[in-house]
Design a protein around this ligand. Structure first.
Ligand code: G3P
Ligand code: MG
Length: 252
């Protein structure tokens, strides 16, 4: 079952704005998106921030590692200029500030827990605790599932930790390639959905996942024709970088 939006803006504003920034979130919003995926990692002082790569060099200049850098320094780093000089001054956002922005604007969140290698449990623990606190006044997932964000992660250990710390926040397991024991893994995590690379999905696997009662989410779908095909296989939702080509109301 899938109780969440169908089309989700990847990393904020897809390829139209610098990823994992407020400019990206605003861009998604301007394109009518009320559903977003972004990546959350921990700073050296255990503050969750939005960033994809564990090391600097691509979206922020220089060399160094997110996990070894204090949040105060991270949040002063330019995360926009690499994309386009017009975005210079966009900084690495704090997860808490992003949650506040999404709540204010009615944006549903797929929070990808993206631990730096070796920081799986602590990252999930802090993100789960923070999210629990920020959504303490929301109804449980049975009452209104889309009132809560959905965690996802490629790290089984991170999701197992999130399950322990915040069992009420639902989880989707990210699998680049779907292994033979996918069902056992989803059950162990008490996950609600399987998130996978659409390039490796088959109609048979999609059918089996749906038959087993799980939500099925694909990343990252950028061509309308492919999107229609996936939806015809029973895929419930996907994220896209091409928020200009595939709108929030895209239909099969
Ligand atoms: O959650 C879907 C997608 O974001 C996973 O891959 O590398 O873009 O975080 P990545
Ligand atoms: Mg991601």
């Amino acid at each position: 079952m899938w109780f969440y939006p169908k089309i989700i803006a990847h990393r904020g504003g897809g390829t139209l704005a610098p990823e994992n920034t407020f400019a990206g979130l605003r861009c998604g919003l301007e394109h009518g998106f009320r559903a977003v995926e972004f990546d959350v990692m921990l700073s050296a002082d255990n503050i969750p921030v939005l960033i994809h790569d564990p090391q600097f060099g691509r979206t922020v200049k220089g060399s160094g590692q997110v996990a070894l850098t204090q949040a105060a320094e991270l949040t002063s780093m330019d995360a926009g200029a690499w994309f386009n000089p017009a975005f210079a001054g966009e900084t690495v956002p704090l997860y808490e500030d992003v949650v506040a922005f999404c709540k204010e604007n009615g944006i549903w969140m797929n929070v990808e827990i993206k631990p730096a290698p070796g920081f799986e449990a602590i990252t999930a623990q802090v993100v789960a605790e923070t999210t629990s606190r920020l959504f303490a006044s929301e109804p449980g997932r049975e009452a209104r599932p889309a009132a809560l964000p959905l965690f996802s992660s490629f790290s089984f250990d991170a999701l197992a930790e999130a399950k322990m710390v915040a069992p009420g926040i639902p989880r989707g397991f990210l699998l680049d390639e779907i292994p033979a024991d996918w069902l056992a893994q989803l059950r162990e995590l008490d996950a609600v959905a399987l998130h996978t690379n659409h390039k490796k999905l088959t109609p048979e696997l999609a059918g089996a996942i749906k038959q087993a009662g799980y939500g099925l989410f694909c990343y990252t779908v950028n061509e309308p024709q492919r999107a229609r095909e996936l939806l015809s296989w029973g895929v419930d939702a996907f994220c896209t970088d091409r928020i200009d080509l595939i709108g929030p109301d895209f239909a099969a």
